[in-house]
Design a protein around this ligand. Sequence first.
Ligand code: ATP
Ligand code: MG
Length: 338
Amino acid sequence: MATTHKVTLIPGDGIGPEVTAATVSIIEAAAKTTGASFEWHRYDAGADAFAKTGEYIPKELYASIEENKVALKGPVTTPIGGGFSSINVTLRKKFDLYSNFRPVKNLPGLETKFPGIDMVIFRENTEDLYAGLEVMINPDIAQSLKIITRKGSTRIARSAFEFAKKSGRKKVHAIHKANIMKLSDGLFLKCCKEVAAEYPEITYAEHIVDNTCMQLVMNPWQYDVILTENLYGDILSDLCSGLIGGLGLVPGANLGVNCAIFEAVHGSAPDIAGQDKANPTALLQSALLMLRHLDEDATADIIQKALEAVYAEGKTLTRDVGGTSGTKAFADAVIAAM
Ligand code: ATP
Ligand code: MG
């Protein structure tokens, strides 16, 4: 008897409900052939949750993640300027999901300017300018505090090197701006260097973040594992997604000691929400990371093969990657390819 996996499902807002529905339908179709079984515990978060419950993150949602230990999450809009603080950041902090893992790899058949990309980003997920510690010094001066700790830096560095070791990767680049932020980025680099010394078989290098942006568009193939702080990681992730075809493709996992939340790199894309235009590939690939985390490799393999077949055929792709199909038609094509 296969175990039933209980997964907390946060559809989110914007394109979130569309890409989540597509992803769940694909997983359920694959599970029918492998006998895997899932129970989806659905919760709203953000503005939708506030309208219904008076809380941006309902208590029941916290309790569900605590119990299930695994969540699949669509994007939740973070209002710019005023309003509530980021739901995404709050969840990452609450469950101490310190490691944000983002593999960036071309899909077969999808032509881009940069073929043969295969790198992984490890983004520190709980500190840096994302601590949200901001004050108005006076009406004309705002201050934002950048917090970098030895603990935070060391554990993200360890995640990156452990992953490199286990997956046979050869190089880790720590990305920084320690020439300007001598203390904060200096501490981050010091911790990375100390961890690197424990992995002599892996080449360790340091690149300054602005140079990294140039290097990424001139010669992205030089990178293998990118290890970086929270804000640089956010920006570099979007840049790297552009190398392989855009934000519609790149998955992510937020990993902590006890829990994991799987979510795409992209945001809620309000410009295309509710129009059946969103590419669900990024969330689907996040779900593949989740399935492997749950040891459901057979189910993940079936989906991955079907996904790759749909891209290789190139007939039923969404608009962001040059196709004309909608979210639902794409999901149906993946199911049909199983
Ligand atoms: P956040 O601040 O939450 O990271 P963002 O400002 O980076 O959000 P996104 O919501 O990620 O912005 O959208 C950026 C652009 O990428 C938009 O034009 C959006 O339509 C497009 N985009 C994002 N995700 C997808 C997707 N899954 N499919 C198609 N287009 C997408
Ligand atoms: Mg973004």
